[in-house]
Design a protein around this ligand. Sequence first.
Ligand code: LLP
Length: 425
Amino acid sequence: MNPFQYRNGVLHAEGLPLPAIAEAVGTPFYCYSTAAIEANYGAFARALDGTGVRIAYALKANSNQAVIRTLAGLGCGADVVSEGELRRALAAGVPPDLIVFSGVGKTREEMEAALAAGIHQLNVESVPELELLSEVATAMGRTAEIALRINPDVDAGTHAKITTGVKGNKFGIDIDQAAAVYRRARELPGIAPVGVALHIGSQLTDIAPYRAAYLRVAELIRALRAEGIAISRIDLGGGMGIRYRDERPLDLDSFAALVREAVVPLDCEMMIEPGRSLVGNAGLLVSRVIYVKETDHRRFLIVDGAMNDLIRPSLYDAWHDLIPVREPEPGTAHRPYDIVGPVCETGDTFARDRLLPPLAAGELVAFASAGAYGAVMASTYNSRPLVPEVLVKGENFATVRKRPTFEEMIAADTVPPWFEGDPRT
Ligand code: LLP
């Protein structure tokens, strides 16, 4: 479903015209649609219906409380990778027994927080991590139920910065060493090795890498069971791709068919950890054109959003559609624009030679598919305030994170006592 459509010549989020929100909160801002998040979750739940697979939303994609609450209200669990995300999940009301803690570098404090909260499972990625967890759990008088994250050595064919399941990257335990690590885990006090986890990359649009990975892991589970290591859980990871430009999103029915064929017969408790596919297309970054700057060679659309607000184009050369908020007249000629922000770096470029209808200073534009890995990756570079976030539901919206004031930003710094008095005197 697309919650962002033109009505009467103006782009709306569900029932609300975007200019009305811009008027209320200023630009730039992130705008999320409740209906789209619900529809995305519903599509997963329907495809996986009857398989028993539970969905744990990967909070890293968008960890706003309102977004987590929307999903938690539908029965969704959480996949967290830091104490901050753990606390966000708990604060949003996700039951601890639906929370999984992933991540390659959990600290002692994070392990303590996870065990104290009584979460469902920790996904462990190395032997030193296993040993530390054993020590922490034993000291707390707990047993940590764990899965080992296995690196199945499958190339997911995605961007190099987000592929995770091939040999030589920092994630997981090589599948060749897995059996030895399970044996070690079994001996350690305070550790119950009950599961296998994997996650091979992000923005996958093809089912084949999942198939290869699940078949390898199924083989591993059978081998482990043959030597008496009772694996009863499997975490199938996330990574389901969405449409940014002309990609075909991962087909959830084919995914579910693969799960039925390759994973269900293992008779494990199953979960998946999607992030992007639940929220990516449910969000826009709305921005205002500050200037149109024409040089001999190029035409720049300088907007008030920048790389610090949405870093994906600079970091991954990612494509985000740019939608004019005022609907272009049918047949309007398009012209090439370089879309850039005000940050003092050439890398602050959203797109080059993007074909757009004529746009003028003051007009609103929206970067599409910005609901995942947008706000969460934002920074205050150039002392630009973090962008506010708005959640729309029908004809209503709420500001779910406000824009900090400059005073708040400056007050976060502390001046050492040796600077006395007013620096201007
Ligand atoms: N589980 C684990 C262990 C992960 O590392 C990730 C993402 C996910 C689940 C969720 O993956 P998803 O369903 O969202 O693809 N910032 C990048 C994406 C980084 C993904 C990191 N791990 C981007 O903007 O494309």
